[in-house]
Design a protein around this ligand. Structure first.
Ligand code: GDP
Length: 460
């Protein structure tokens, strides 16, 4: 799922990464690429339009974070907008104050409703609920049996109509005493909910019939069931593989039955994923769950934020962006910039500050690991000795404030004292001072040359 969309977006951002500053034409080109990538992924046109419009506005607008470079900025915006069209916050079942909580499933035939009923009931059961499944799909001849199999697998009882009346034989799983449900799905649903109330099931899931395509009868039946059982949740189950048809189907169910949430099924397939990106927007209802296979365990709560990062496939770059923003200190950056522009010496005190900022983001290893494209450098990253960092810090901390601000004044006896104080050797202190002087020189050259691209708070 989403592989080709992910690849396209990653490519788009790669082109931005080398830019120090984004011009309007960079932004326009990026937006064009994003638009095409979304359309090719079968995302509905109105959704694409709205999406690219907000990204463009925000990318061109005054929304500038000093902690991020332009490419990161765009990734952040696209990510936030993706989370938005996927429904924003994670939401699952809203339980009724008075049990049972009634959940109705609606959707086309083959969408995966019956399978989902089993998964959802298992998920609820694992959380200590006592769900009951109700077989109100009387359209497909074997739908009731299928739900019974699914229920058995999940270890959840199934309320089924008296089959003697429906299918001509009379195996009864858990029928409501004295309730004549027969072949009327509305009556079966009502009886099922009644039974759940009497038998003290705290959740009841009603599986309803679908048709291969939307038709007025089906919609009327679903609306009648809704009216009869007054569900707390009406979940629209939709096959993520149906592509562009998703929008029309979702809209029809939203208008006909009034949904409260969406469940995406078959996310394990290799479809382009447009349905997933369109339904929440089109229905205005959150995607609550995702079904990712035929097994009862292939089920997860849908997290818009996680799905967005999966689509963006930016490794942990999004986490990195978040941490950079958190660690970023405006005053400190301004002071660094001032020093830099004035070609003033970078001191060991500055160095300690920078070190502290990096540490705020996590271990150096984990930061390197989160950078995209660092995959090939995994061996070097693993070999990197974090203690090297600590030794350098120990040496700097063994310096007096005077020494930190005047590294050139650190003579032989001072070096010996620093080595002793930090548990290192004089030659290590010598090395550090040498590298530091080199770094100072380089900074000055850069300052004269006009800046370091991509450094926060730095011009260029
Ligand atoms: P219903 O007509 O809406 O009740 O749909 P079913 O639950 O009978 O599912 C239709 C078909 O899709 C069945 O063969 C299921 O095994 C399959 N199915 C359901 N959910 C998934 C899923 O998440 N992934 C895959 N690969 N198949 C699924």
């Amino acid at each position: 799922m989403f592989t080709s969309l992910s690849d396209r977006l990653t490519e788009t951002f790669k082109n931005l990464r080398s830019k120090g500053r984004l011009t309007e034409s960079d932004v326009n080109k990026t937006i064009r690429d994003i638009r095409l990538a979304l359309l090719d992924a079968d995302v509905a046109l109105p959704v694409v339009k709205e999406f690219t419009h907000s990204v463009r506005e925000r990318a061109l607008g005054a929304e500038v974070s000093e902690a991020l470079n332009p490419a990161q900025q765009v990734v952040k915006i696209v990510n936030e907008e993706l989370v938005g069209i996927l429904g924003g916050q994670t939401r699952t079942i809203a339980f009724a104050k008075q049990p049972p909580t009634v959940i109705m499933l609606a959707g086309l035939q083959g969408a995966g409703k019956t399978t989902l009923a089993g998964k959802l009931s298992k998920w609820l059961k694992d959380q200590g609920h006592t769900p009951l499944l109700v077989a109100a799909d009387l359209q497909r001849p074997n739908a009731v049996t299928q739900l019974e199999v699914v229920g058995e697998r999940a270890g959840v009882p199934v309320f089924a109509p008296e089959r003697g009346n429906v299918f001509g034989h009379d195996v009864v799983s858990e029928t409501g005493e004295g309730t004549r449900s027969h072949g009327d799905p509305v009556a079966v649903s009502r009886a099922g909910v009644e039974h759940a109330r009497r038998a003290q099931h705290d959740v009841v899931i009603v599986d309803t019939a679908g048709r291969l395509a939307i038709d007025a009868n089906l919609m009327q039946q679903a609306a009648d069931i809704r009216a009869a059982i007054q569900p707390d949740e009406v979940l629209f189950v939709i096959d993520a593989m149906i592509g562009q048809a998703a929008v029309e189907t979702a809209r029809a169910f939203q208008d006909g039955v009034d949904l409260t949430g969406v469940v995406l099924t078959k996310l394990d397939g290799d479809a382009r994923g447009g349905a997933a990106l369109s339904v929440a927007s089109v229905t205005g209802r959150p995607i609550m769950f995702a079904s990712t296979g035929e097994g009862v365990k292939d089920f997860e709560v849908f997290h818009p934020d996680r799905m967005a990062s999966r689509i963006l496939d930016m490794g942990d770059i999004l986490t990195l962006i978040e941490q950079a923003e958190k660690a970023f200190d405006r005053t400190q950056a301004a002071e660094m910039e001032r020093k830099f522009l004035a070609a003033e010496d970078f001191t060991f005190d500055d160095f300690l500050q920078q070190m502290a900022a990096i540490k705020k983001m996590g271990s150096l290893k984990s930061i390197l690991g989160m950078m995209p494209g660092m995959g090939q450098m995994k061996a070097q990253i693993d070999a990197f000795d974090e203690r090297e960092f600590d030794r350098v810090e120990a040496m700097v901390r063994s310096m007096t404030p005077f020494e930190r601000n005047h590294p050139k004044q650190i003579n032989g006896s001072r070096r010996a004292r620093i080595a002793k104080g930090s548990g290192t050797s004089v030659s290590e202190v010598n090395q550090l001072l040498e590298r530091f002087t080199d770094a100072q020189k380089m900074m000055k050259q850069l300052a004269r040359g006009g800046g370091i691209p991509g450094m926060p708070g730095m011009p260029g």
